[in-house]
Design a protein around this ligand. Structure first.
Ligand code: PLP
Length: 379
């Protein structure tokens, strides 16, 4: 039994009603379900249903089994981890995106998927007060992309940094062996970094040093410089630095104006992980923490943390999109059917997967529903 469009309307409207009820009454639920690990697996059938089930039964089970066993991240009583964004506008954006169901890896794969992402990332970059060099609408090669997570953004930055460093070193001395160079690369961040930053080193096969932060939990320029010098004296090559603007533990801000000049001197890629707190730059009074942004190569904010957009929507900007294209461009004849340009990106070169969701739709519905003023008022 396949669902037809009439049933889809009923099923969909009933699901929206359930969600509206859920949010209206969420504060009455215990944040954490009282279940033991493995209990739910035991209570669920071992096999997929043999016969089709009516959507009413599915929603009844959603109400009776799924919702009560959820951890309610959007409850006002939820104080764990960090906030995750949500809003009715974002849910609708996601619904519309799922409804269209496209896969937007190249421009022709869905022109509006690419172009709305360019436009909304320009809007958001401007709202956060990022320098124009990061925006696609500037004359330079910078631009924004929506990644699935800050973890991916940090790893994309690391892999692009590796590629850029190899290109530079080989250009200076064509006799160098790229594999030999790769083994010498080192990444740096503070001991306050999110686990995902350390994991990027594991996934990207690069040593990652967690440098000692000061008594305000900040990574200082002097500490970074000393670490670079130590490693260079051992024959290693500093390649990638992740600065934290808003650490997960204490919301500490590393001074970009100290780390930036050190990175610049050694041609090291500087990535900013502002996943948690970066949305606050919507308010001009917080932008003092951006001092030194002119040294930054890539910058990431999780719109899905504190910006009303539900997971997943990690907004990443790079100063030079060609750094990503050079690192990740793999051609196939079936992917190369329309000549685009850096200003109309084939986003498949800017990310790890080939396929990509139409994530900008939820950013668009949120920014249009609230307006800059409405978003600013939340902080
Ligand atoms: N960086 C910081 C500062 C965070 O607070 C988080 C949140 O957990 C992350 C990175 C990881 O974010 P994501 O789950 O989008 O990879």
């Amino acid at each position: 039994m396949e669902i037809d469009s009439k049933q889809f309307r009923e099923f969909g409207k009933a699901a929206i009603d359930i969600l509206a009820d859920y949010f209206e009454n969420i504060r009455e639920r215990d944040v954490l379900p009282s279940v033991e690990p493995g209990q739910l697996i035991n209570e669920m059938p071992d096999e997929a249903p043999e016969q089709p089930e009516d959507w009413r039964i599915i929603l009844k089970e959603f109400n009776e089994m799924i919702l009560p066993n959820t951890t309610h991240w959007h409850s006002p009583q939820f104080h764990a981890y960090y906030p995750t964004g949500n809003s009715y506008a974002s849910i609708i954006g996601n619904l519309l995106s799922d409804g269209i169901g496209i896969v937007g890896f190249t421009w022709i794969a869905s022109p509006v998927c690419t172009e709305l992402e360019v436009v909304t990332m320009n809007w958001l970059g401007k709202l956060l007060g990022l320098p124009k060099e990061f925006l696609n609408c500037s004359s330079g090669p910078g631009g924004g992309i929506i990644q699935g997570s800050a973890s991916e953004a940090t790893l994309v930055g690391l892999l692009a940094a590796k590629d850029r460093m190899i290109r530079k070193l080989i250009k200076d001395d064509p006799n160098l062996d790229p594999d030999d160079l790769r083994n010498k690369f080192v990444a740096y961040t503070s001991d306050q970094c999110n686990s995902s930053v350390e994991k990027a080193g594991v996934l990207g096969s690069m040593r990652m040093r967690l440098l000692k932060s000061d008594s305000f939990a900040k990574l200082r320029g002097e500490t970074l410089k000393k670490a670079f010098e130590e490693d260079i004296s051992k024959g290693l090559i500093p390649c990638y630095v992740v600065a934290n603007l808003g650490t997960t533990g204490t919301c500490a801000f590393d001074p970009l104006y100290e780390l930036g000049p050190v990175c610049k001197k050694y041609n090291v890629w500087l990535h900013v992980d502002a996943a948690y707190a970066g949305s606050a730059f919507i308010c001009p009074e917080y932008r003092g923490w951006l001092k030194g942004i002119e040294y930054v190569d890539s910058f990431d904010v999780n719109a899905h943390k504190w910006l009303l957009v539900n997971f997943d929507c990690s907004a990443m900007w790079v100063r030079d999109g060609y750094d990503l294209i050079n690192a990740f461009d793999v051609q196939r004849i079936y992917l190369d059917d329309v000549k685009t340009c850096q200003k109309i990106p084939d986003y498949r070169h800017w990310q790890m997967p080939l396929g990509r969701r139409f994530r900008s739709l939820k950013l668009w519905t949120v920014m249009k529903t609230y307006g800059a003023e409405g978003i600013e008022k939340l902080y």
